[in-house]
Design a binder for this molecule. Structure first.
Ligand SMILES: *[C@@H]1O[C@H](CO)[C@@H](O)[C@H](O)[C@H]1NC(C)=O
Ligand SMILES: *[C@@H]1O[C@H](CO)[C@@H](O)[C@H](O)[C@H]1NC(C)=O
Ligand SMILES: *[C@@H]1O[C@H](CO)[C@@H](O)[C@H](O)[C@H]1NC(C)=O
Length: 463
């Protein structure tokens, strides 16, 4: 970054902190104290989601230590590495959350008994989130190495691969927001870790950049046309505005990303100030049209905050505990972890693969990784887009995404849904139906299957 860019980013970041603060003050959330009842509900929710000794709706907690020593927290309906898990023929279904969440953003999807009966479920905390260990730096290499090592380990602990046989059963990854960004990189750079990726409401940086450039260049051309013929300027000016509008809107909506670039104390204040009023506003918006109950409020916050000091002392039935590197004394178990994904290039910086991962990928037939558009997916993908997303502009993040997919892929528009598809009622059903379609061997059209549970869903494009 040049120093001029750095000043501009900082200035916009500071401006955004004030705008968000101002909005929270106007809405009244900034000075809102938590009531006794809310504090009790939060403790109950925290215990329900993070107490390692307890099952959550048929799922148990596990701390998985990778060969590299890194510790991941996850929940699953089977014990990783157990004979039952390795012998089971059920497909492996992996759920990856986004910002500002944890495994628990999927709580109302993975708790479904039919899903638990027909699949092996794993919902994990990404590095630096919830109960998983943090990274020294959240660049492409660190984040993708750990995530890939985890998925490869899960594949062996759940019997997808063993010493003699590969791909004994199918694996699918469902990912949202930052999880989606990371999973898109896996689909492009390590595509054989799964048989299908379901990718919801996260930006693909290469596509977003190319859409922004295209829209800006259209706007520029239309402005020139208007200047050349001022008497007939109305129509080109309108077209220029139409091209410019999504770019400007995305700029406004991305204010928080600029705030994340500020010095650490600013970022901490941004995320926690006014009793985490920003998080509360995000959660309130996340439920869509459904009623946001006292329990939902508490669970959303507990999902964001991660394990509290009391849960940090709990143990799984096997005696596993949360990583000691997490500082449980603050309100958030991990606060700079999630923010660092925005700060340290996890989305776009180069992934220097370790020889172990290179070897695994080549043994698993990952070829042609340099073909197609940079960042394009080399595995079947189902892209879900909640159309009412207020964080990401469709014209920038979705238009043209089909060009980045490979065979057996679909782009599905969910008109009733917003950004938080794992939480909203209608989109939850769409995820479950898609997993069922995958488990049943991808018979028939996925769009038709989704429409059974989400009648207004529309397949925008497919390959
Ligand atoms: C946050 O909540 C605590 C306890 O409910 C309260 O004492 C404090 O004043 C609140 N902070 C703000 C900025 O409202
Ligand atoms: C797992 O499979 C092996 C080999 O097929 C078999 O010998 C063993 O009994 C099975 N174990 C369980 C717990 O199902
Ligand atoms: C965690 O759950 C166990 C089992 O229900 C309970 O006995 C224990 O008190 C809980 N621990 C904490 C710190 O809440």
């Amino acid at each position: 970054m040049t120093s001029a860019t750095r000043y501009a980013v900082t200035a916009y970041g500071v401006f955004s902190v004030f705008v968000y603060g101002f909005l929270a003050i106007v809405k009244g959330t900034f000075f809102q104290k938590r009531t006794e009842r809310q504090l009790v509900e939060l403790q109950i929710a925290s215990d329900r989601l993070w107490n390692l000794s307890k099952d959550f709706a048929g799922l148990s907690h596990h701390i998985l230590t990778l060969a590299s020593g890194f510790k991941f927290h996850l929940v699953s309906n089977e014990v990783p590495g157990s004979t039952e898990a390795q012998n089971s023929t059920k497909p492996l279904v992996i759920f990856i959350h986004g910002f500002p969440d944890s495994w628990a953003v999927w709580r109302n999807v993975i708790n479904q008994p039919e899903l638990q009966k027909s699949a092996t479920i794993v919902a994990l905390d990404m590095p630096g989130y919830g109960g998983s260990e943090g990274l020294p730096k959240y660049d492409g290499t660190n984040v993708l190495e750990k995530m890939t090592e985890l998925i490869i380990t899960l594949r062996s602990k759940y019997g997808v691969d063993d010493e003699t046989t590969k791909n004994k059963k199918k694996t699918i990854i469902l990912a949202h927001d930052w999880g989606c960004v990371v999973a898109m990189r896996l689909a492009a750079e390590a595509p054989t870790v799964a048989d299908r990726f379901v990718l919801s409401n996260g930006p693909l940086p290469a596509l977003a950049l190319s859409n922004i450039k295209r829209l800006l260049s259209t706007a520029q051309k239309k402005f020139q046309e208007a200047r050349a013929a001022p008497l007939r300027a109305y129509s080109p000016l309108r077209e220029a505005w139409q091209a410019l509008r999504p770019v400007l809107r995305q700029g406004v909506l991305s204010g928080y990303i600029f705030a994340m670039q500020l010095p650490v104390p600013w970022v901490k204040y941004f995320l926690t100030g006014g009793n985490a009023s920003l998080m509360r506003d995000v959660h309130t918006g996340s439920y869509g049209k459904a009623k946001f109950t006292m329990r939902d409020i508490a669970e959303s916050m507990a999902s964001t905050l991660g394990p509290s000091l009391s849960e940090s002392k709990t143990e799984t039935p096997n005696g596993e505990t949360y990583p000691t590197s997490i500082n449980f004394n603050g309100e958030f178990a991990n606060i700079m972890g999630p923010a660092s994904y925005y700060r340290e290039g996890a989305a776009q910086s180069r992934w220097h693969k370790s020889p172990e991962i290179e070897a695994w990928l080549s043994e698993h037939g990952a070829t042609g990784l340099d073909e197609g558009l940079p960042g394009s997916f080399k595995a079947p993908a189902t892209v879900f887009w909640g159309e009412k997303d207020i964080a990401l502009e469709k014209a920038i993040c979705l238009d043209g995404i089909i060009d980045f997919t490979s065979a057996n892929s679909q782009v599905v528009l969910l008109p009733e849904s917003g950004h938080f598809t794992p939480v909203e009622l209608e989109s939850r059903a769409a995820f479950l139906r898609t997993v069922q379609w995958f488990i049943d061997g991808e018979q028939g059209d996925v769009g038709t299957a989704i429409q059974e549970v989400y009648p207004s869903a529309r397949v925008l494009a497919q390959k």
